[in-house]
Write a protein that binds this ligand. Structure first.
Ligand SMILES: Nc1ncnc2c1ncn2[C@@H]1O[C@H](COP(=O)(O)OP(=O)(O)OP(=O)(O)O)[C@@H](O)[C@H]1O
Length: 561
């Protein structure tokens, strides 16, 4: 171009350099895309250099290069200055907006102070991510003039649960102690339950909307595998099942009439009867044994007279001795049915007061039922033999003069109890348990080594038809103790022969010892009575005695076929 066009080429190059330079200038100052600005600077440099070569030539080319580089650096400087300025402008804009917002908020606040002063919070920003969080923050501020630094709320099935970070001026214990003020400030109907949070500065607040125990808790059938499994009896205010570890502990169930004590006893009996390594015995001394006789199919036996109750306690004592020997052989401390070969035993006593009244009557000290029960309660737990005592009258009179049931029964459950003295007997004086505050049938308070604080729960409602269905199901699965290992209760009868016959009617096959125990006779008397009853009574191949079945003759004929 230089050689052919000379001055014209120089003019074109100069115009092109000026044009691209101007484009670069405009695009930098208007904030156009950076690549356009920088390429026009580069193009301006190239054209300037070409013009310098054409117009001047020689060493001035180097000079032109320097000019181009200088122009590029200057352009970059201008660009950086402009963008920095943009940032400052944005910041200024934001500040202006903040000020405007603050002015608006202040104006709104002043308007609210003039028009509705009682709802204006005079404090920090109490807004939260949820309605509950805002209400909590507001209530803590209103009641305690403290601002919560953190407050995490999540919904639960029955309300919500919040983890509060305690304010610097308020530790967890103080916040807990002053919570009633906060609860009052929240103006809600439900109940609050406070727990310690995972950090020492955290408090967990459980809020339950309304009362979830208002409606009855439906019965749920359940199969425990072993007697060591906890027994699920009720549901707490948070909808959680309450399970009680009944193994190796005696249980006291107390409560005034018509508040669901029998339903609870039935529920526990059914739960225990469903375990293959567990057997149940009953004591119900009310005339006709109304509570426990419907359970006969799942009981090994039921004592309903003072004599029977004494026989049961004596038999348990004997069983205890045998179990003690077995444990000693194994070198073990605690009875495990699967290992030691005999099932766990639960003796269910319905109306313990009645047992003591009738069982003590006319007997000398040391032979009273209350003495036997006391030794039972003191000794049997480790041998897998337990007592469940239900009573309307938990008092020192009924429980051997003791002023506190806690020594004998590790598990204590109460439905509503009207008598304050009874409540104290069951739970102790200063425990905070107040069964008088329970209002609905099936509501209970539980005290066990695992449940050490008072909390309400409601027992699953086992209705009559469910109870009968479960009894029928469990009756098929319930194994009765074999001949020779059974509890034999005294039978009625005027003469020795009548007593032996009654024992054979009640128990079927009997060993001689069992006949002695049932009839209260010695060996000679039993053998004499059997002689007298022959041929109605016969000896079996196993050496036991039984009444000759009416249809034995036909049965024999059939067996030959
Ligand atoms: N878990 C429960 N949930 C709801 N209602 C229940 C529950 N348990 C019992 N009830 C109601 O309470 C009534 C009385 O129950 P239950 O017979 O078990 O009481 P109780 O205290 O044993 O009375 P009593 O000692 O007079 O026999 C039942 O008929 C039933 O209507």
């Amino acid at each position: 171009a230089d050689l052919q066009y000379g001055t014209s080429a120089a003019a074109v190059e100069l115009i092109a350099a000026a044009g691209t330079g101007s484009l670069a200038w405009t695009s930098f100052s208007k904030g156009w895309p950076a690549h356009l600005s920088w390429s026009s600077v580069a193009a301006a440099g190239v054209f300037t250099q070409a013009w310098a070569t054409t117009a001047v030539g020689g060493w001035t080319t180097l000079y032109a290069w320097l000019v181009a580089a200088g122009a590029t650096a200057a352009a970059r400087g201008v660009y950086r200055h402009t963008t920095r300025h943009d940032g400052l402008k944005a910041e200024a804009e934001t500040t202006k907006n903040r000020i405007l917002l603050l002015r608006e908020q202040t104006a709104a606040h002043q308007l609210a102070v003039r028009t509705a002063p009682d709802i204006v919070p005079d404090g920090p920003d109490l807004s939260g991510r949820t309605v509950e969080e805002r209400e909590l923050r507001t209530a803590v501020w209103e009641a305690l003039k403290a601002e919560l630094p953190g407050c995490l709320v999540e919904a639960t099935d029955v309300g919500w649960r919040a983890v509060l970070d305690c304010p610097a001026t308020l530790d967890r214990a103080t916040l807990k102690a002053r919570w009633p003020k906060v609860a009052g400030a929240m103006r809600v109907d439900g109940a609050f339950h406070l727990d310690d949070g995972p950090l020492t500065s955290q408090l967990v607040v459980n809020y339950v909307d309304g009362d979830p125990l208002d409606t009855a808790v439906p019965y749920e059938s359940e199969r425990g595998a072993t007697f060591l499994d906890p027994v699920v009896v009720s549901r707490d205010e948070f909808g959680q099942p309450v399970a009680i570890e009944m193994a190796y502990s005696h249980t006291l169930i107390a409560g005034s009439s018509k508040f669901g004590k029998s339903t609870l006893v039935r529920l526990i009996a059914i739960r225990l009867a469903g375990r293959p390594d567990t057997v149940l015995y009953g004591v119900d001394m009310k005339p006709g044994s109304p509570e426990l006789s419907p359970m006969l199919p799942i009981l090994q036996d039921l004592a309903s007279t003072p004599e029977e109750a004494h026989a049961l306690m004596d038999w348990m004592r004997q069983e205890l001795d045998e179990r003690g020997a077995i444990l000693a052989d194994h070198g073990d401390q605690e009875w495990i049915p699967a290992k030691h070969g005999r099932p766990a035993v639960y003796v269910i006593v319905d109306e313990h007061a009645e047992l003591v009244r009738q069982g003590d009557k006319g007997r000398k000290k040391g032979e009273r039922i209350s003495d036997k029960v006391e030794s039972f309660l003191a000794l049997n737990r480790a041998y897998g033999i337990h007592m469940i005592s239900a009573t309307q009258q938990p008092s020192s009179g009924v429980f051997g003069g003791k002023t506190d049931a806690r020594g004998n029964y590790a598990i204590r459950i109460s439905t509503r109890m009207n008598d304050q003295g009874h409540a104290q007997f069951v739970f102790g004086r200063s425990s905070g348990y107040n069964p008088g505050s329970l209002t609905k049938p099936g509501e209970i308070l539980v005290n066990t080594p695992d449940h050490g604080r008072p909390f309400r729960s409601r027992v699953q409602w086992l209705r009559g038809e469910d109870f009968r269905r479960e009894i029928a199901r469990l009756a098929r699965e319930t194994a009765k103790a074999p001949v020779g290992k059974r509890l034999i209760l005294p039978v009625p009868g005027a003469t020795n022969q009548e007593k032996v016959r009654a024992a054979l009617v009640k128990y079927g096959n009997c060993t001689r010892r069992e006949l002695q125990a049932a009839a209260g006779l010695d060996e000679r008397q039993v053998l004499k009575a059997i002689e007298g009853l022959k041929p109605d009574v016969e000896r079996t191949d196993a050496g036991t005695w039984r009444l000759v079945p009416a249809d034995a003759w036909e049965a024999q004929a059939v067996s030959v076929l």
